[in-house]
Design a protein around this ligand. Structure first.
Ligand code: SF4
Length: 223
């Protein structure tokens, strides 16, 4: 008996999820072993990222801080608690999304990552984006925005979605900015509230002919 396309969807979804998960596990091993820039010297733990391997929504911050370096997990300090609060405000938890940073090791004393460090770490982020294939990438703060749109100011770019490759890029302030400047808190919350509709429209866009072709190609593997 030949199964129809609809019957195979759960199998296809779990296969893609397994492939993405094993790809990310391999990447995590390489990040933990990486010595490609000077940040390796002072790190306690590398922080590859965490979350759903097939997330529609991916968050890209700047770099690990004190708590992240200690625990080896992204966004676990005060800024992370605010990020969790923001996720809860749109009905999501950390496990629904994927969270990572531009650089995977902590810059000493929380200084800004240097251009050479960002460049050295860039292949890991590129691989994460390719593996997870999110519909919407949320850049947190100016360094993350700089990767995609060099020279743009976060104060002007925040809250304005724009197409990038086959995804939607959505810049917002870094949650830590609201801890330093509470006046930014309502701005970040307002920008965050638009995320569900952005994901919904991006997901709808992805059900076009290209997505069907990819789905059909994957299903051929089972015939
Ligand atoms: Fe490697 Fe990135 Fe850590 Fe530098 S920051 S050592 S490139 S994992």
């Amino acid at each position: 008996m030949k199964l129809g396309l609809f019957d195979l969807r759960p199998l296809l979804a779990s296969t893609l999820q397994w492939e993405a998960m094993s790809g990310l596990e391999d990447l995590e091993r390489r990040v933990h072993a990486c010595e490609a820039c000077a940040l390796v010297k002072k790190r306690t733990n590398a922080v590859p990222g965490e979350g759903s391997p097939t997330a529609d929504l991916m968050f890209v911050g700047e770099g690990p801080g004190f708590y992240e370096d200690r625990d080896g997990r992204p966004f676990v300090g005060p800024a992370g608690r605010f990020l969790e609060e923001l996720l809860a405000s749109i009905g999501l938890t950390r496990s629904d999304v994927y969270i990572t940073n531009m650089v995977k090791c902590r810059p000493p004393n929380n200084r800004d990552p240097l251009p050479g460090e960002i460049e050295a770490c860039r292949p890991f982020l590129d691989e994460q984006m390719e593996t997870i294939s999110p519909k919407v990438i949320v850049t947190l703060g100016r360094y993350s925005l700089e990767k995609f749109f060099p020279g743009e100011l976060i104060s002007r770019a925040h809250g304005s979605p724009r197409p990038w490759m086959n995804m939607t890029l959505y810049p917002i302030y870094h949650p830590a900015a609201a801890l330093h400047n509470p006046k930014l808190r309502p701005t970040i919350m307002d920008d965050f509230s638009r995320l569900p509709s952005l994901v919904e429209s991006a997901t709808g866009r992805d059900t076009g002919p290209a997505a069907v072709t990819e789905e059909t190609r994957q299903l051929d593997l089972f015939e």
